[in-house]
Design a protein around this ligand. Structure first.
Ligand code: PHE
Length: 438
């Protein structure tokens, strides 16, 4: 929409205005002189004026003057004076107003382009185009210096006004665009708080861990502390310190994974008893959940399984404490109605040793076809016993002063019974369809 040739025309007009009037003045003076001087002298003056005009964009006028000068050679001075006078008149008719109008039209068009600029980058391009060092306007301003003094204020004024108007227009548009661009950015960055959130899949506790939590919670409620130990254990903690010396046939009861340098994957959590007693003086009340390992794999055995060990050592601890504590624990996990019974058993590190059964929490012993107890009415739940004096001695406790009980249970088996799962291996296959049920 903005036509640069218009500005060029403006510049040309300005030059013409100046030079034509200069020439007109020269011609007028020449004509005046012609009245008094001889024609040849005037002709020379006119010729010089025409020569000057040749370099400017007033060739037409120059041509006319040249012809006048030519004529002056042949005609009398008065006739030439008349011609020169008319030329001067024509020159003074160069329309100054038109120049101003051209300039304001240019300014208006440039302003319109500035108002229509779509972004700050485009606006900067326009600024360079209209006001930059190689813009038409700058060229006009340079030209002003070459104009005759009397023409400078008008042309210079026009050019300065145009500059100022365009600078103002650019400033206004820059503010508008900054606002518009900020608004657009804010809109683009806006977060729609009404959109539904990204669903975060919720996990669930592994069935074994639910039982572990229930058991541990129960014992913590009684004042027991939770203790843990390493899964890669030394032969000493896993066997020897538990009264199972090297070469003793009781070692074969546990299908051990042997590692190098006297290390094993612990076959039970009982080594945590030893570590606990070695690290503190009695009284001891700890519960020790953890992973254990045996070379076993069938529907009710997996090479890795969980155990929870318990140990209480204090003055005057008896088998009654053992039975009462474990009965309360069984009620906490399986329901208020369950009963417990002790059966004699054997462990190298307890004496006497027992196994604790829980009455079937599903049928209570009344259903010969019960899926959980298989009609037995009782569920085997854990091994326990009074800590063997040899073990107390091994850790530096005086067996004459202190007695204790220990127990170890399998939370995986307990979870199988509690949730009615027939195959223990399901617990460790990581199948989400199975795990999501809990
Ligand atoms: N550690 C024994 C086992 O894994 C269980 C047990 C623990 C028995 C504590 C008595 C006392 O079979």
């Amino acid at each position: 929409m903005y036509d640069p040739s218009q500005m060029a025309r403006f510049a040309r007009e300005a030059a013409r205005l100046a030079d034509a009037s200069k020439f007109a003045e020269q011609a007028r003076r020449a004509a005046e002189a012609a009245k008094h001087l001889d024609a040849s002298k005037f002709a020379e003056q006119a010729r010089r004026a025409a020569e000057a005009a040749k370099h400017l964009d007033v060739s037409k006028f120059a041509e006319r003057a040249r012809r006048a000068a030519e004529a002056a050679k042949h005609l009398d001075a008065s006739k030439f004076a008349e011609q020169a006078r008319r030329a001067a008149e024509a020159a003074s008719r160069v329309d100054r107003e038109q120049v101003v109008a051209e300039a304001s039209r240019f300014t208006e068009q440039a302003q319109a382009a500035i108002r229509a600029a779509k972004n700050l980058a485009e606006l900067e391009r326009l600024r360079i185009e209209y006001l930059g060092r190689s813009s038409q306007l700058t060229e006009v301003k340079k030209l002003v210096r070459e104009l005759p003094v009397e023409a400078r204020p008008e042309v210079g004024g026009v050019a300065n006004r145009a500059s100022r108007d365009l600078e103002d227009a650019i400033k206004v548009r820059a503010e508008e665009l900054a606002f518009i661009e900020r608004e657009a950015r804010l809109r683009a960055e806006a977060v729609d708080v009404t959109l539904p959130g990204v669903p975060y899949p919720k996990g669930s506790l592994h069935p074994s861990m639910r039982v572990v939590d229930e058991v541990v919670d129960f014992f913590v409620g009684l004042g027991y502390r939770v203790a843990e130990g390493p899964e890669v254990e030394t032969d000493y903690y896993n066997f020897t310190a538990l009264n199972i010396p090297p070469g003793h046939p009781a070692r074969t009861m546990q299908d051990t994974f042997f590692l190098d340098e006297g290390l094993v994957l612990r076959t039970h959590t009982s080594p945590v008893q030893i570590r606990t007693m070695l690290s503190q003086e009695p009284p001891v009340y700890v519960v020790c959940p953890g992973r254990t390992y045996r070379r076993d794999s069938d529907p009710t055995h997996t090479p890795m399984f969980n155990q929870i060990e318990g140990l209480a050592v204090d003055r005057g601890i008896t088998l009654s404490h053992l039975k009462g504590t474990l009965a309360a624990m069984a009620r906490h996990v399986f329901g208020e109605d369950v009963k417990v019974r002790l059966r004699p058993s054997y462990f190298q590190f307890t004496e006497p040793s027992v196994e604790l059964d829980v009455s079937c929490f599903v049928c209570g012993g009344s259903d010969p076809k019960c899926k959980v107890c298989k009609g037995a009415g009782w569920l085997e739940m854990l091994g326990a016993g009074m800590v063997d004096p040899a073990v107390l001695e091994e850790v530096g406790y005086d067996p004459e002063e202190y007695t204790g009980f220990a127990f170890g249970m399998g939370p995986d088996r307990m979870a199988m019974a509690k949730y009615g799962v027939a195959d223990l291996r399901l617990f460790f296959e990581g199948d989400l369809r199975f795990l999501r049920q809990f």
